[in-house]
Write a protein that binds this ligand. Structure first.
Ligand SMILES: NC(=O)c1ccc[n+]([C@@H]2O[C@H](COP(=O)([O-])OP(=O)(O)OC[C@H]3O[C@@H](n4cnc5c(N)ncnc54)[C@H](OP(=O)(O)O)[C@@H]3O)[C@@H](O)[C@H]2O)c1
Length: 194
């Protein structure tokens, strides 16, 4: 890019891999790859992007996090932690870049039907979990719209915004109680030991 005098005005850090598995079920190599892609590449590309942005024109950075980065969701242990990182990193950069020409947004979506295996998993969900699922086209539309309007955090869909508010007001011990009940329902025996 530098060699060809190309200036990048918009960077969307979208690539990322998830998981839906107990911690012991994945190899270390999987977690290393996940951390590398979800965290290291986002930090590296952001660093390169900020180095070359124009001082005159407005530039835009969108980091794709997840609502999963806010909630403690068993079976998403490392994935959720990488998305918490993205949230902290992005909110910190917003403060550091305040007053500059760079608009920085965090996208925090709930579940999205992006591929067949997620479609199957999402269809198996019930109640509120099912209601939070969105189609990728709608998430993309809200993300781009929010980015160009300079929104700090974009949480697509009302129900997901409501969940984010509930997360702030419901004490963690109640959330933990709900999670333990869910875990018992899906048969994770070790929860009864704690
Ligand atoms: N789907 C959801 O329910 C959901 C919910 C919240 C947040 N998100 C976030 O949204 C983003 C997109 O997710 P998605 O559901 O669209 O996933 P996806 O369909 O699996 O797409 C993942 C993207 O990451 C790229 N990628 C995967 N491994 C890579 C690697 N080793 N090196 C470079 N690029 C790689 C893929 O590139 P190729 O196409 O070239 O393989 C693809 O563009 C992720 O950051 C994810 O965490 C997803």
């Amino acid at each position: 890019m530098k060699q060809n005098d190309i200036v990048v005005d918009v960077l969307i850090n979208n690539s990322g891999i998830g998981n839906w598995s107990w911690f012991e079920e994945q190899e270390i190599s999987f977690y290393k790859k996940q951390i590398d892609l979800n965290i290291t590449s986002t930090v590296s590309l952001t660093r390169l992007f900020l180095d070359q942005v124009s001082k005159k024109n407005t530039s835009y950075l969108l980091n794709v996090g997840s609502l999963g980065g806010r909630f403690i969701i068993p079976k998403k242990q490392v994935y959720g932690a990488t998305k918490s990182f993205i949230s902290y990193f992005t909110k910190c950069l917003q403060l550091e870049q305040a007053g500059s020409n760079v608009r920085i947004s965090l996208l925090s979506p709930g579940g999205i039907n992006t591929k067949p295996e997620l479609l199957v998993l999402n269809h198996s969900m019930k109640g509120i979990s099912q209601a939070t699922i969105m189609e990728p086209e709608e998430v993309a539309k809200q993300a781009i719209d929010g980015l160009f309007r300079g929104k700090k955090e974009i949480i697509p869909d009302t129900i997901n915004r409501l969940l984010a508010v509930l997360d702030k007001i419901i004490p963690f011990f109640i959330q933990e109680w709900i999670i333990r009940r869910k875990l018992k329902m899906i048969g994770k025996k070790s929860v009864s030991k704690v």
